[in-house]
Write a protein that binds this ligand. Structure first.
Ligand SMILES: [Zn+2]
Length: 350
């Protein structure tokens, strides 16, 4: 499924399934085409194409009806992976994707970084010219998709292991703290991070390093990809900034904790598989967690400060310094709880 007419037809088919099987408001909220501003048009099509193909494999594995992926016109930031009217589905508000694109797209923030970013030659990565921003938009798209896909896995496992389909997720009062829901969110971030890393290594690092042997360039690519996810969390942070930092509220972990966990996973995973990442048995110096992490926060603050009205790097370290003990005991609580929860995704399982 690569040519444009086929992709557009698959989207039409998805809309038809929504129209025939779901209540009218679901269909009316769905975006009827993949078009957006000319600037981003291909990325929306690519997001759908990538997700559609990926979900075909998911449906086949579980022997279920085709899982649906569609975009909505809702003016909100929360995507959803669920099960309804006999179908697994992922819906992503166009609004979220477009806000992310609008933040990442301008060149001004790139100019504030050092010259190496500007000079980074990404032509090795794609048939078409790929920009830094294009790579980041593609990456954050995939992260959003994989996070929601993991929630579908959660629902499927709930059904297999506890005989209920999604019930446990929907019946929670979202305004109250729930270890279970926090744990599912961190788990979905973890799954999305593994999948994104897989993509990062296969589509970017292998190709780039093979063509250039440029280790410094690999670091920059990694930072940009990871920063694109930080941009997403910073937008979510903005929504929560009125509230004080918390570890015991609501359905989602605080964005600062999500940033922390995702970056820890990325760096440790890469360092654990350096010979594979660089396709060599030569000695490769491991990535430095602090270096990657701080640079990502710097890049993210260049992209987001004007929009969100605060500097994510400062905010982040203010919280981390003040709440380190609280964060550590929260993470320990989550870790212990996750050992007992059978519906979580486990590494190597999917
Ligand atoms: Zn989630």
């Amino acid at each position: 499924m690569t040519d444009l007419p086929t992709i557009l037809m698959a989207y039409e088919d998805t809309l038809k399934i929504l129209q025939e099987n779901f209540p009218e408001d679901v269909y009316l909220n769905a975006s009827t085409d993949l078009k957006t501003t000319a600037r981003h048009e291909n990325l929306m099509v690519e997001l759908f194409q990538f997700s559609y193909v990926n979900l075909e494999a998911f449906s086949e594995r579980f022997k279920i009806k085709p899982s649906l992926i569609y975009l909505t016109n809702e003016l909100k930031f929360s995507a959803e992976g669920g099960h309804d009217h006999g179908f697994f589905f992922i819906k992503i508000p166009k609004h979220l994707i477009l806000r992310l694109f609008e933040l990442i797209d301008p060149n001004e923030w790139v100019m504030k970084l050092d010259l190496d970013y500007v000079k980074l030659n990404l032509n090795f990565l794609a048939n078409n010219f790929l920009t830094l921003q294009g790579m980041m938009k593609e990456s954050v798209n995939k992260f959003v998709f994989f996070h929601e896909k993991c929630h579908m896995i959660h629902r499927r496992k709930l059904k297999d292991e506890k005989g209920i389909l999604g019930l446990n997720l929907d019946s929670h009062d979202k305004s109250k703290f729930s270890i279970f829901l926090h744990c599912l969110e961190l788990n979905a971030d973890q799954y999305a991070t593994y999948e994104l890393l897989d993509n990062l290594v296969t589509f970017y690092i292998h190709k780039y390093y093979k063509a250039t042997r440029d280790r410094k360039g690999v670091r920059l690519i990694l930072i940009c990809v990871l920063s694109s996810v930080f941009v997403l969390f910073t937008l979510l942070f903005k929504k929560r900034i009125e509230k004080a930092f918390y570890t015991d509220q609501g359905s989602h972990p605080h964005p600062v904790i999500r940033i922390l966990e995702v970056s820890k996973t990325v760096v440790s995973e890469l360092n654990n598989s350096l010979p594979y990442v660089f396709q060599t048995f030569e000695e490769i110096e491991p990535f430095d967690y602090k270096d990657i992490f701080e640079e990502c926060l710097f890049v993210t603050s260049q992209i987001t400060s004007k929009e969100v009205g605060f500097d994510i790097k400062n905010e982040f370290f203010d919280i981390l310094n003040a709440k380190e003990t609280e964060i550590n005991s929260y993470l320990k609580l989550m870790e212990d709880y996750s050992k007992t929860e059978s519906v979580l995704f486990r590494r190597g399982e999917f």
